[in-house]
Design a protein around this ligand. Sequence first.
Ligand SMILES: *Cc1c(COP(=O)(O)O)cnc(C)c1O
Length: 352
Amino acid sequence: MPLIPIPHSKPAIKPGDIKRVSQILQSGLIAQGRNVLDFEEKISRYFQVKGAVATNSGTSALHLALLALDIGPGDEVIIPSFVCSALLNPIAYVGAKPRIADVNPDDFNISISDIKKKLSRKTKAIIVPHMFGCPAEIRSILRLGVPVIEDCAQSIGADYEGKKAGSFGLLSICSFYATKVMTTGEGGMVLSNQKKLLDKIRDLRAYDNAIDYKIRHNYKMTDFQAGLGLSQLAHLPEFIRRRKDIAGRFHREFADLAFDIPHVRSPRDHIYFRYVIKLRQGQKEWMKKLNHKGIQAVPPVFKPLHQYVRQMSCPVSDELMNQCVSIPIYPNLTDKQVQYMVGCIRESFKSG
Ligand SMILES: *Cc1c(COP(=O)(O)O)cnc(C)c1O
């Protein structure tokens, strides 16, 4: 059996991306400049929101979003348990307290009924990540009347009711980390329809040229990163098409196997940032089996957040930790690699 190493994730960098970045490097104007402005403008147009502010990461975008809402000590922010620890840090930066809500067993997104249990007079915001590329039930969450920060780090391009997920919340953030839907190496963005919030975020992003003194940050994106972002954004529709094609193939090939495949309901559109399956048993052994075949399969979340901060148990999240496996899916997987994955995965179920 030939060993085809298929990493779990991988960026899709095109020759045009490299050309664009080197042109900007050669120009000598590499700090935040007109490419960043252009990238902000194009992203806000893509999401159909009033404005966007580019940052150097999704984490700093979340930090600025919390600061824009004046969240600080004594305040609480609700976040889901089944997500990476990137959500805990910005809440700690501002001195607020995270309240961890459980997730839904079918779409892995934050559970509305559990949000309701975690709401208090101190709740100042809910951060809602659209997990693995599938929009959360944002409409019902908005109805709770608490400011919502949509986290689109995994869902750029996913639609909800025919509009972009990320255009519903008071604020939204993106991440352009190397292995996200589209990349600038490291990078992020805050989106909003409220000019006042965007102005505040722009002010807090950089320390220079301010007439007063207060704590500001250096969260700026460079112009060559923005150049990469612009070039990647042009490829985004094709990236998403390819992700959906591969997911479609997986759906068909895996329909009869003994695990649950990702499951979406209209009006939500899944862009398959991750293809997360739910095994009924033997998760660890199965991952090992695939890894032996050169296919890097991993748990989709490293550790559920309630376990880090020792909050009340989130039973669904705990169960998902023992069942879920994320298998490679990204635009530059070749048909041959997809075929190889399908073969190995079908085979692994035949042999028990
Ligand atoms: C990756 C990620 C982040 C953090 O983004 P960085 O750019 O790595 O700081 C935040 N939220 C979610 C849901 C993510 O997947």
